[in-house]
Design a protein around this ligand. Structure first.
Ligand SMILES: Cc1cc2nc3c(=O)[nH]c(=O)nc-3n(C[C@H](O)[C@H](O)[C@H](O)COP(=O)(O)OP(=O)(O)OC[C@H]3O[C@@H](n4cnc5c(N)ncnc54)[C@H](O)[C@@H]3O)c2cc1C
Length: 1016
């Protein structure tokens, strides 16, 4: 209460600056839509150069605002249009003013004014350099240099400054610098903390050494959860080194909103005791709550943060107790603006008889001024977190602060804006936690442990005969490699798979293992002298046998109840989940995928199983076509017959599994022919289905040469449909050949054909380059550019060209190229020797028509490694612009304006994926309407389609317009039928007709009990 009394003595609004900022925040708190538009406008503003652009964006963002301020805004926009230069300046000035409220200075020189002023108020500082998003090693090195300069400058300028409290000042050096760890290394990968430490430690040592000489304090800030473990490990590693072991002036942040926080803190304290030198922990709640929740939900991960605000508050208090009870080894810095959290620390310190000069409170610059003043008056040590930097790099920091200040859950809004009573604000958070809290990440999205991914819980997709399914599909989870146990499982799997190299795999025909006298070998593209294993090669006799088996099996399988077929897929998903690390490891060896890419492939396969089962339950039962008295007409589907599945090697389990499951669940018998370079994975998928209980002959696995058995099967009169994913050349041949009707052919062959792309990403002049560069680099070079969705043309507008290119080339130069057996590699080998030579030839030819702007040099000499390559001065008609390369080669084209960019993007034979980076709502809408591609991605990478969420597939020469993972995909594998019965007898008819009924199966199955009856 004392703090509140002191605070209320100097009444102040939540925001110390009046005017534009205050009004904006008030609007924002009252209107969520306005808030989103306003923060987005603020986010883009710093990157706009011309007044007219600023006015244009203002118009676009606020044109549809419909609240009480709409007339005001519209008048403002109209006025702004008259003299855009002046209005642009005015707006920029206002937003800069808003940023200045949170940013203590533009440069180390500039910040000193603020620090001196605060010193007079008895407030210390920790300075943080803005610019946390680094996309290249060049930018990381620059950040390191800026940290060193900052340190020198602060030490020089504060010579003679003393601690405001004097007592116990040895624990609290005057100069205190907060460092963002991720800004010192651009390639941090959660799967590879050792690599992060190996790169970060050499950058940090000189900073720490100098800080030690200057008597300064260094704090490691904590960022997103993906970097948490590496940051903690780095801290322990560095400060255990002999040089820093006895140095007490190091600190790290613990985020109380994390469920792991207590374990991490206890581990740190145990480490500190073993080290024997005090260190500091800044306890905060955490700044990335929304991000963590969204990211985990998208990936099906355990959600690492508490989901109720009072849980974070209560945890903050628990951790406060742990810190204070261990104050002999750990010095506490409480980073909060919440008076309850602060008061709890004060009361507990008093109870534990800890002198108030032995810990400190830290608060952010520009926020909660009255609380700082109250704490100083009460004799506590107060330090202000003071960010330094220009507006543009500071934007994400500014937006975080704006969100925090307007959050419904936040203390500051409650106290200073909504004037909630002190009694309410001081309530024990433990009492406010609402009911039983679900364990991390449950809510049906993820498994029980970090490494279990919940595929066995397919009941969540719960379409059963009894409960009609909803239309919301929940995806299987990705493995989160941030957890050491997941890293360990992957390492173990890699070891075990390596130990089995050389195994032989048979053909499977009619449920029997068949060996032939010919074996095909599969090699490791990272080390072609390593043979992963062998598969039996089918010739024409085996192929003929497989067709016969499939034909026979079809007769029964087609009449097997839908539910039974769905359950087969779901059992397969469970087995895939159980074997996912093993299968991922085989992918690393057999096709050169990086860890996360391999896992993504297995996840997608699981999703295909679960999603198609879910979809089949939706369409698998006869459905009433129309409600008329006296007659019932039901539409339903029959399978087509024998389906041939020809799959590619680039998504060796997922695409094969997707086509196979679609065919199986719809009642077709299948002959699958895995791609030659990924034959072992094909055999392993066969094993999965055998274990799941696929009946003999329903799924047959043939390995062999496409030109021999593939061509034979395509033309076979007993094959009714072909599902193909692969090159345009082969796809078109299949399309043509299947179009011919041959003697004895019963059906017109249906072809589902997915081919390549020449995908373009357009970068608008106002794009957020931090995101653009990271996502484009990933789209172009992830899995070595061997995804059909990969970005192979980057189209930058003239206006932005130089800025984009500078950062893009530096980012490409920072990529980790190597054997993907190591975690954290982004670019591995291309698939085989043929691809290697073909891509090399394209690069050589490219050099004659365009400018080779970048080619990596540091690549392994063994294996099929193609260095990431970027061409500039590429023209739309060049081979580099038109032909699919399927390798790590990016062509950059310059466009005059957006019209030109869209024209270039659309000017190819293909229409698969396309991307656009922009912060102009109008341009985004235009591009959504005009880009010619099956999958258009805005402000994100153009690869990584998720089943159900991004139904995938293109048109023109990219494919037949079908959408794998979409809700109409299964129809390609089916023929529709309608059965009509006159149910009137002598003028009398039943009053109701069921909307759905049991399948037309003979003999009938015991599966009655369908949905609601309709009154005719
Ligand atoms: C000096 C200083 C340094 C900081 N350094 C860092 C840092 O290095 N890394 C970092 O991540 N953060 C850091 N922060 C914390 C962060 O930026 C916020 O300022 C802080 O979380 C706000 O907490 P509060 O106690 O002031 O306010 P309160 O209003 O009491 O708490 C708000 C916080 O509660 C949590 N929360 C909100 N909604 C929910 C919910 N539904 N369920 C669970 N929890 C919820 C969030 O963490 C949110 O920020 C720092 C803060 C300060 C003051």
């Amino acid at each position: 209460m004392q703090i509140f009394d002191l605070v209320d003595r100097h009444p102040e609004s939540i925001f110390s600056k009046a005017g534009f900022y205050q009004r904006m925040m008030e609007f924002s708190m009252r209107d969520e839509h306005f808030k989103v538009q306003m923060f987005r406008f603020v986010d883009v503003l710093a990157s706009l150069r011309r007044g007219s652009d600023i006015v244009q964006h203002l118009d676009e963002y606020f044109a549809d605002v419909r609240n009480g301020y709409a007339p005001l805004i519209r008048t403002g926009v109209s006025l702004a249009r008259i003299v855009p230069i002046i209005s642009g300046k005015f707006l920029r000035w206002n937003v800069s003013g808003m940023a200045r409220q949170f940013i203590a200075g533009r440069s180390p020189e500039d910040v000193m004014k603020t620090l001196r002023k605060k010193r007079r108020q008895g407030i210390g500082f920790t300075v943080d350099l803005l610019g946390e998003a680094v996309v290249s090693e060049e930018e990381a090195a620059e950040y390191m240099g800026r940290c060193q300069e900052l340190l020198e400058h602060l030490a020089r300028e504060t010579r003679g400054w003393t601690d405001p409290l004097g007592k116990n000042s040895e624990l609290f050096p005057v100069v205190n610098v907060s460092v963002k760890i991720s800004a010192l290394y651009s390639q941090m990968n959660p799967a590879d903390p050792a690599d992060a430490i190996a790169h970060l430690a050499p950058r940090l040592r000189p900073i720490l050494r100098r800080a030690k000489e200057l008597g300064a304090f260094i704090n490691f800030d904590m960022e997103s959860y993906a970097h948490k473990n590496a940051t903690l490990e780095l801290f322990r590693t560095l400060f255990t080194e002999p040089e820093f072991r006895d140095w007490p002036h190091a600190g790290i942040v613990i985020q109380a909103y994390l469920r792991d926080a207590e374990t991490d803190l206890r581990d740190l304290i145990a480490w500190g005791r073993a080290r024997g030198t005090p260190f500091t922990v800044r306890l905060v709640k955490g700044a990335y709550w929304d991000y963590e929740k969204i990211k985990s939900t998208q990936n099906g991960w355990l959600i690492p943060v508490w989901l109720q605000k009072p849980e974070s508050d209560a945890n903050f208090e628990r951790l406060t107790r742990i810190l204070l009870e261990n104050e002999s080894i750990v010095t506490s810095a409480f980073g909060s603006h919440n008076v309850r959290s602060i008061a709890y620390a004060q009361a507990l310190a008093e109870e534990l008889r800890i002198d108030r000069t032995r810990f400190e409170f830290q608060l952010l610059y520009g926020m909660a001024g009255p609380i700082k003043r109250a704490l100083v008056d009460m004799g506590y040590r107060v330090r202000e977190y003071s960010p330094v930097g220009e507006l543009l790099p500071g934007m994400s920091y500014l937006v975080r602060r704006l969100l925090e200040n307007t959050s419904n859950e936040g203390f500051l809004r409650a106290k200073f804006s909504e004037h909630v009573s002190a009694t309410q604000l001081l309530r024990d958070p433990g009492e406010l936690v609402n009911g039983v809290v679900p364990a991390a990440g449950r809510g049906g999205l993820a498994g029980d442990t970090p490494a279990s991914t919940g595929a066995s819980d397919f009941s969540r997709n719960g379409a059963t005969l009894e409960t009609p399914p909803g239309d919301t599909y929940k995806n299987a989870s990705l493995v989160n490699f941030v957890y050491p146990e997941c890293q360990e499982k992957m390492r173990t799997a890699l070891r075990e798979v390596r130990a089995r190299f050389g195994q032989k795999h048979p053909l499977v025909i009619d449920g029997k293992e068949i060996w032939t006298d010919k074996l095909l070998k599969s090699v490791n593209p990272s080390a072609p002298d390593e043979i992963i294993g062998y598969v039996a090669e089918a010739g024409i006799p085996e192929t003929e046998r497989a067709v016969k088996a499939a034909r026979r099996a079809f007769e029964t399988w087609a009449r097997t109840p839908v539910e039974e077929r769905c359950r087969l897929l779901e059992r397969a998903a469970v087995i895939l989940d159980r074997r996912r690390f093993e299968l991922s490891a085989v992918e690393v060896f057999e096709v050169g995928k990086a860890w996360a890419e391999a896992d993504g492939d297995i996840r997608e396969a699981m999703d295909f199983c679960l999603f198609y089962a879910h979809q089949m339950r939706l369409i698998g039962y006869p459905r009433l076509t129309q409600n008329v008295p006296g007659e019932e007409s039901y539409q339903h589907y029959w399978p087509r017959g024998v389906a041939l599945v020809i799959a590619p090697w680039n998504f060796p389990v997922a695409i094969l599994c997707g086509m196979v499951t679609a065919a199986l669940v719809t009642g077709n018998a299948v002959i699958m022919k895995p791609a030659e370079p990924s034959a072992i994975l094909g055999s392993l998928l066969m094993e999965v289905f055998q274990e799941a209980g696929v009946p003999p002959g329903v799924l047959n696995c043939l390995h062999g040469r496409g030109s021999v058995i593939g061509a034979y099967l395509v033309d076979h009169p007993d094959v009714e449909m072909i599902a193909f994913t692969g090159s345009r050349e082969v796809g078109l041949r299949i399309w043509e050949s299947a179009g011919k009707t041959r003697p004895d052919q019963r059906e017109l062959k249906r072809v589902v054909c997915e081919m390549g792309g020449k995908n373009a990403v357009i970068v608008d002049s106002d794009a957020d380059l931090d995101e653009t560069i990271v996502d484009t680099i990933y789209s172009a070079f992830g899995y070595q550019g061997q995804k059909c969705s990969a970005c192979s043309r980057l189209i930058a507008l003239e206006e932005n060209y130089e800025r984009v290119m500078h950062r893009l080339l530096a980012a490409a130069a920072s990529l980790r190229v190597g054997n993907p057996e190591q975690p954290g590699i982004t670019v591995g080998p291309v698939i085989d020797e043929t691809a290697y030579h073909r891509i090399q030839e394209i690069i050589e030819k490219g050099k004659t028509e365009a400018t080779l702007a970048f080619q990596a040099t540091n690549i392994p000499d063994k294996g099929y490694f193609i260095p990431p390559t970027i061409f500039t001065d590429v023209k739309p008609e060049m081979t580099l612009s038109q032909c699919e390369i399927f390798g790590p080669v990016l062509s950059v084209l310059k466009a005059r304006d957006l019209d030109d960019a869209i024209r270039i993007a659309n000017d190819t034979d293909y229409a698969l994926t396309a991307g656009f980076f922009s912060r102009s709502p109008a341009n985004i809408e235009r591009v959504k309407a005009e880009l010619v591609a099956g999958n258009v991605y805005v402000n994100r990478s153009c690869t990584g389609a998720v089943v159900g969420r991004h139904p995938f597939g293109g048109f023109k020469m990219s494919g037949g317009g079908t959408k794998a993972g979409g809700n109409d995909y299964l129809l390609n594998f089916l023929v529709p039928r309608v059965v009509t019965e006159n149910i009137m007898r002598h003028g009398f008819a039943p009053e109701t007709t069921p909307e759905r009924r049991a399948e037309f199966l003979w003999p009938p199955q015991l599966n009655a009990g369908f949905g609601t009856a309709r009154r005719a």
